[in-house]
Design a protein. Structure first.
Lengths: 587, 295
């Protein structure tokens, strides 16, 4: 049964309020705005593009870049130089500004994006400083400290766009187009993939998401918007000086992003308008308005880290609650049978050392197509390292891993996952704010060339139903108990449609009935053709879902064989209990 | 400039940078995050020195700079406490990036406050040791660089003794290594972390007052100092205290030599380029990383 939405809510939850606010702002400008107000609003439009780009880098990818401001300045200089030296190119200055920033970002990003947060921030800061140094010191090119005066207005297909209203409409029109494009690109599975890549990069790679490629794309796209914004700025102001590449531009952009919101397009406009108009609105503070603005940003970081856009969205949700997002009705479970050809997993003479600790020492094992094998071993015996080496999370020091005929060495984790090797983690790696259904549906992103969110959700519902977690489909992962989260993760891994599924202590933290249930579900998957490698401490659980048992001790394979044989193996008992004591295992 | 003078000047600059880098790395280890406002604590130390000497001079008191040093250290220690109260305490349970962003905003507030109340023009801080150059073995050496080496050296030695020789230092190192474990052992982790901020503020302010005579004080200089400390920490091995000190000395030597050979602009540009090269080729720093995944 569908409930009728109250009309007010339907209107207020749509795009109407935003259009209304935009129309009101334009009307206000047209009625009482002088030339200065129009110019300020135009600069706000350019700033909004800059912030929108930074949202991609900082908000969506979580990369704390400090080069966004300098890329803005770079765009401004490119637009100014082009229009001064080649007046015929006035229609091309904006695309050129954008491209130049993207080019620099691509060069920088290709090498620094793999650095950890603090090194990435420092490296981008160094790049920004280099751009600023070039702007100040390459006097022949940039005019040095005096800058480049007399930048004409921009042309569009040969028609000059005058300063004032035409330019205002151009800036905000470009923002509307870019905002729409960003929102559209991130609305479906790509947005979910980005969320997972940002919060749990390992989990994202385990379902085949190329995290580096996503980061690179976002970084370059963000730079493109920064360059475009800089170009607009140059044409509006008419003069470009080294200030546009300096630190305050970056700090302003960051503060506007924090105040407006990390991810909402609407927040980018809000933050930019506040930033550009603060000097005007806080005029009574004289030259202290920037202090007030900094304090406001600090307060936002502390009190409302998701920015004004999130506060407004929360308010809207309270006033006009969204109709219940009922997940798709329980689906007929998808056929469990794997869609991939079953493959043999072969680990041969693998070794891995961390400093002086040999976590893996000449480990060899095979997992036949469709076979289910359990792995036991005391803590520190190398079980998780074994999984990490097989799945490409850490490189092996020596030895090789084959999946079918494919050699897995030097392949990134996401590429290994795409070959059909899925895994789960010891601590379920799920984005806390994503609902369970979407968490599972994310697996479709890298699996199919043009994934559809609706189809993915339908299939995800099927997997959740099959694992007995259908009732939780609409709940946020962060709100679920550990046992349910584990099931969600298994469903996500199964939706990769793997030929081999590796589970890292899937039974940990589960109650006994839950473990029995999980073992049964895993058996079903195995009967569908998925080979299982299950690491756990609970030998009864392993007996229920595996046919063969491998015991690791101090990084070596101590025993490998049928479960009952391994259970009774004296070496296994010594590895586990430090002594050969019959009573312990019988107990 | 004769080589000896050049080296003494480089050592003086390096000693001051070392003070800045030491505070930076102490906070980094304690709070597990970058304090972007660190450079502005240096700047505020310089401002405090200038303000104090101006006020005293207006009252007819002309005191040598060295007398102002304790005052500057106390004031900047308080600034460190402010940074801890605003940039660390409310965000202590959030990811390190939150503190990074908060301290960027805080740095903007410090800079704008200094501009608003102090003016944008550079001003010179009083000399620590005034007078004509000292002639040692026929070589004229400026008094300020010599005083700088002495004061900064004493401060560094004092902090070293505090960290290595006292119970407070041992507790602090325990907190830096594993905050939760230190808590479980009964250490008052938060108190130690806030103490690290105060100490970092004091060291930074001292550096600001020492550098402010030769290199002037202006409201916008904070990020440059922060960047030096950041680079020193990165090339010295993230989280390593001796590494950061060596890194600071290396940066100062590099700046002095390249400035003398080429120009100050080239010194900066080549410093950033070398940093990028080090980050790419040896991301664990020149001497290896001391702490694991931090931000």
């Amino acid at each position: 049964m569908t409930t009728l939405r109250p009309p007010a809510a339907a209107v207020m939850r749509g795009p109407a309020p935003m259009l209304l606010v935009a129309a009101a702002a334009l009307a206000w400008l047209a009625l009482i705005g002088d030339a200065y107000a129009v110019r300020l609003a135009t600069l706000a439009g350019a700033q909004a593009l800059l912030v929108l780009g930074y949202q991609l880098v900082f908000g969506h990818v979580g990369a704390l870049s400090l080069a966004q401001g300098a890329l803005f300045g770079l765009g401004a200089y490119v637009a100014a130089m082009l229009s001064l030296h080649a007046p015929w190119s006035l229609s091309l200055t904006l695309p050129a500004a954008s491209l130049a920033a993207m080019l620099v970002a691509a060069l920088v990003g290709a090498v620094v994006l793999r650095l950890q947060t603090h090194y990435f921030a420092l490296a981008t800061l160094a790049v920004a400083q280099l751009i600023h140094l070039a702007a100040v010191n390459l006097e022949g090119l940039t005019g040095g400290a005096n800058g480049l005066p007399g930048v004409p207005t921009v042309s569009l297909a040969g028609v000059a766009i005058g300063r004032g209203w035409p330019m205002l409409l151009l800036a905000w029109g470009l923002f509307a187009i870019a905002g729409w494009a960003v929102a559209r690109a991130l609305a479906g599975l790509r947005g979910l993939a980005l969320d997972l890549a940002r919060e749990h990069p390992l989990a994202a790679q385990s379902i085949g998401i190329d995290v580096s490629a996503l980061r690179f794309t976002a970084f370059v796209a963000g730079a493109g918007l920064a360059g475009l914004a800089g170009g607009l700025h140059a044409h509006v102001v008419g003069v470009v000086s080294p200030d546009v590449t300096d630190m305050p531009v970056m700090v302003g952009c960051l503060i506007a992003t924090v105040i407006g919101g990390h991810r909402a397009v609407f927040g980018a406009a809000l933050g930019a308008i506040l930033l550009t108009h603060a000097p005007e609105w806080f005029r009574f503070l004289e030259n202290r308005h920037l202090i007030a603005f900094g304090v406001l940003a600090l307060a936002m970081v502390i009190v409302a880290p998701d920015g004004l856009a999130a506060l407004l969205a929360a308010m809207r949700n309270r006033l006009w609650p969204s109709p219940d997002q009922t997940p798709p009705a329980a689906m007929p479970a998808p056929p469990i049978a794997t869609t991939r050809p079953p493959l043999l997993l072969r680990v041969a003479h693998v070794g891995k050392a961390f400093g002086g600790v040999r976590a893996l020492d000449d480990v060899s094992l095979t997992l036949a197509p469709g076979e289910a094998v359990g792995v036991i071993g005391p803590n520190g015996s190398g079980k998780t390292t074994l999984i990490n080496v097989i799945t490409g999370v850490v490189p092996a020091d020596d030895g090789v891993v084959h999946l079918g005929s494919e050699l897995l060495r030097h392949r990134p984790a996401f590429a290994i996952a795409r070959l059909g090797l899925a895994r789960t983690f010891q601590h379920a790696e799920l984005s806390a704010t994503t609902v369970a259904l979407d968490a599972v549906a994310t697996s479709a992103f890298a699996r199919t060339p043009r994934p559809q969110r609706h189809a993915a959700r339908t299939e995800a519902m099927g997997w959740l139903t099959r694992l007995g977690a259908g009732a939780q489909a609409g709940m946020r992962c962060g709100a679920l108990p550990a046992g349910r989260r584990r099931l969600i993760e298994v469903a996500r891994a199964l939706m990769v449609r793997p030929c081999v599924l590796i589970l890292d202590e899937p039974g940990a933290g589960l109650s006994r009935p839950e473990r029995i249930e999980l073992a049964r579900r895993l058996r079903e998957a195995q009967e569908g053709g998925v080979a299982l490698l299950v690491v756990d401490h609970d030998i009864d659980f392993l007996a229920a879902c595996a046919d063969r048992l491998i015991c690791l001790g101090r990084g070596r394979v101590v025993a490998d064989g049928p479960i009952d044989t391994v259970r009774r193996d004296p070496l296994v008992r010594r590895a586990y209990f430090g002594r050969d004591d019959d009573a312990v295992i019988q107990a | 400039m004769p080589t000896v003078q050049l080296l003494v000047n480089a050592l003086a600059l390096g000693a001051a940078y070392a003070l800045v880098a030491l505070g930076f790395v102490l906070v980094l280890n304690a709070a597990g995050a970058v304090n972007f406002a660190h450079g502005d604590m240096v700047m505020l130390g310089g401002v405090a020195a200038v303000a104090a000497s101006t006020l005293l001079a207006a009252g007819g008191l002309r005191l040598p700079g060295i007398v102002l040093v304790p005052l500057v250290v106390i004031v900047s220690g308080l600034v460190g406490l402010v940074v801890a109260a605003v940039g660390f305490w409310p965000l202590r349970d959030r990811p390190p990036a939150a503190m990074f962003v908060a301290t960027i905003a805080l740095a903007a507030v410090f800079e704008q406050s200094a501009t608003a109340f102090f003016g944008p023009e550079p001003r010179a801080a009083p000399a620590i040791w005034d007078g004509p150059p000292v002639i040692i073995g026929g070589i004229a050496l400026g008094r300020q660089p010599l005083a700088l080496i002495l004061v900064a050296g004493l401060a560094l030695a004092g902090v070293y003794a505090l960290l290595e020789r006292t119970q407070i230092g041992r507790s602090f190192r325990a907190v830096a290594q594993d905050r939760e474990m230190a808590r479980a052992l009964g250490l008052r982790a938060t108190r130690l972390i806030v103490g690290a901020f105060a100490l970092a503020g004091g060291l930074a302010g001292l550096a600001g007052a020492l550098l402010g005579h030769q290199f002037f004080v202006n409201a916008g200089q904070g990020p440059a100092y922060m960047l030096k400390a950041y680079i020193a920490t990165a090339i010295g091995g993230w989280g390593s205290v001796p590494g950061a000190l060596v890194g600071a000395l290396l940066i100062a030597l590099f700046e002095m030599l390249v400035s003398a050979a080429l120009s100050a602009v080239w010194a900066q540009a080549l410093l950033y380029l070398s940093l990028l090269a080090i980050l790419l080729l040896r991301p664990q720093g020149l001497f290896g990383e001391a702490v694991g995944r931090r931000a």
